[in-house]
Design a protein around this ligand. Structure first.
Ligand code: F6R
Length: 362
């Protein structure tokens, strides 16, 4: 059932190219540089939006942070993200010009269901982005977009993260084209990068032995810091969450620029820094922050865009060129790193202590 893998998590990490192909399948029309998502919103509704609010928890929240940046950049629509358990919606001036998107793999997360109910109650349009047919969120929301990742058994979300972002990227293209804010040429570039994503992820999976080596080298560290900027920031947060969940080691993610505003006090030679150093995420500035940590003795591991020059890293892991999606590919290195650190320690990877796959209490 685990298809020869010792854990579902590793199987699901390796399923990412397939999951991505499924998310994109039949949805991209390169001729008109558009996408077809089969949404049933009334004609013109997405075009007249003033704001998109994404609500989610945990890994889905980090996917939403990535997606909000995509929506702003690609579709030029105001997009905000909120942790579902913190979300209050007062309706604003024109609730019907607000789209609230609940991003939830399981479709059963109580905090996320509560948030979307509050939004719907105040008159906003609602969209569910989920992996699960027939789940509660699909009944609560006006419309549903499936991420089509296939079942995810491991408690730690892996393939669904990348599928959520890819699906929301399609939505960003749809909205950008509908509003006329995304040009044909830019849409084609973006869709081309998106179609390159499964292959890019596969290339990273083929480097697994190098990640295993890094995990062996750093498994006994005191703490792990993940840093990135722009799209690399939610990926840093996600990298840290994955590691702490399954290895039980302390890990934290930071906006790279924040290191010097406090966390640097924690940095020693026992606190490796893992950095997203990809094109379009201000990698030069991120590298400056990494160098400051290195000066205090911290080992540095970087996921670096192919062809990008950085300063010296202890371990450099190459990320194939797929534009705005490169941090998503970097994330695959972080998933493998978390997996191997946890596996070397003999942790209960598919069912970490104290955690459940879907959290149905608020
Ligand atoms: C982390 C993880 C959790 C979930 C969170 C939301 O690996 O799996 O943080 O992402 O509980 O779950 P969904 O997406 O089902 O709403």
């Amino acid at each position: 059932e685990k298809g020869g893998y010792e854990h579902y998590m590793r199987k699901e990490i390796h399923e990412q190219p397939t999951a991505l192909r499924q998310a994109l399948s039949g949805r991209i029309d390169l001729d008109r540089a558009g996408v077809d998502l089969d949404l049933e919103f009334p004609q013109g509704c997405l075009e007249s939006l003033e704001e998109i609010q994404l609500v989610a928890c945990g890994t889905s929240y980090y996917a939403s942070q990535y997606a909000a940046q995509l929506l702003e950049e690609v579709a030029d629509v105001r997009a905000t993200v909120e942790i579902a358990s913190e979300y209050e919606f007062d309706g604003g001036r024109d609730p019907w010009r607000t789209l609230v998107i609940a991003v939830t793999q399981s479709g059963e997360t109580a905090d996320t269901l509560g948030a979307i109910r509050r939004a719907a109650g105040a008159g906003a349009r609602t969209l569910a982005v989920t992996n699960t047919l027939g789940s509660s969120v699909t009944r609560e929301a006006d419309d549903t977009l499936f991420i089509r990742a296939g079942p995810e058994i491991g408690v730690a979300a892996t393939k669904t993260f990348v599928s959520q972002v890819a699906t929301l990227a399609l939505l960003a293209v749809d909205i950008g084209r509908g509003r006329g804010t995304l040009s044909t040429a830019d849409a084609r570039d973006l869709l081309g990068d998106l179609r390159g994503l499964p292959g890019a992820v596969q290339q990273v999976l083929d480097e697994e032995d190098r990640v295993l080596k890094a995990a062996r080298e750093f498994r006994d560290s005191e703490s792990f810091f993940f840093v990135g900027r722009r799209f690399g920031y939610p990926v840093a947060l996600e990298g840290a969450l994955k590691l702490k969940e399954i290895s039980y080691d302390h890990a934290e993610g930071f906006a790279a620029g924040e290191l010097k505003h406090g966390p640097l006090a924690l940095v020693t030679d026992k606190t490796p820094v893992l950095a997203v150093l990809t094109d379009g995420t201000r990698a030069g500035e991120t590298m400056n922050n990494v160098t400051e940590a290195q000066t205090r003795g911290a080992p540095a591991i970087g996921a670096v865009s192919a062809g990008l020059e950085t300063g010296s890293l202890d371990i450099g892991l190459e990320v194939p060129n797929v534009g705005i999606f490169e941090p998503l590919v970097a994330n695959v290195y972080f998933q493998l790193f978390a997996y191997h650190v946890a596996n070397l320690k003999g942790r209960s990877i598919d069912k970490p202590r104290n955690l459940a796959k879907s959290v149905t209490v608020e």
